[in-house]
Design a protein around this ligand. Sequence first.
Ligand code: NCD
Length: 316
Amino acid sequence: MASFLQNQSFISIDQISTQDQINEIFERADEMKEVILNKKIHEPLRGKCVSILFYQPSTRTFTSFVAASKRLGAYVIDIHGMQAYSSVSKGETLEDTIQTVHQTMGADAVILRHPDNKSGEIARNVSSVPILNAGSGKAEHPTQAVLDLYTIKDHIGKTDNIHVAMVGDLLYGRTVKSLAKLLAVCGNNKITLISPPELAMPKELIEQLSDRVEIVETDDLESNLKNVDVLYMTRVQKEWFEHAGKLDQYEQLKDKFILDNAMANKMPKKSIIMHPLPRVGEILHEVDDNPRAKYFQQMRSGLYTRMALLDLILEG
Ligand code: NCD
């Protein structure tokens, strides 16, 4: 049976609506993990071209998509710094750029990171090949949500009946929005949203999810530490404050939640600490050796799940 993702763009986590779909991705990711750990050659995408266009900075998402595409045997053309170095700086539209990479590279898939919330849809509407959203504005980061949930499954052993606390910038952060939506698909989960009121998750999203997942909003991190399965830390996103001319507000808010080892030790022994990274001070380096800290292993899940997604989309 063909995958629900075959030949499809993957631009929103809303495209995943059942546990079966999650299982399908996770099973393929397990196969990819096996390929990588045993240093096997597995190149189903040989002869295909994957184009990776990033209009915003990235370390993990960019490198793991490059690695995932190459490990699958694809021919990769990756451009970092689209905003500054391509014809975008001359005023070219996203639509025209998408047409261009199809013509000049013969791309079979385009992986796109862009500051516009709607960039995934805009690209999909003009593209004749699948678009994978590698982060769109403040709205979505669907492949990050998949790798985050895969990490949770790996370390907690399940993705339902768990308590996830999301901490930090829930207004501008896109990873927390996509992950909250995906946790709502899994059933019987509780999400505690911990942020200053100025950085609260948008009300419409909370309303949209609240019949499928229990959501509690608070600005109190300390009293939640003892009962979480997953503590998902995020950075306060300076660039969006800058964009809105509110850098003084950023300075007031950026250090509201800082996780140190004493706090981490109050968490249950089997709980985990995650972070999409980069961190800019919200998790002290002393926490890195805490057995609960999984934010470095979390990055490796990105390789397995992105290989799985590319394989499902391009090969079925
Ligand atoms: C995040 C992003 O770009 O949204 N990073 C990532 O992709 N791992 C988080 C962030 O920039 O804060």
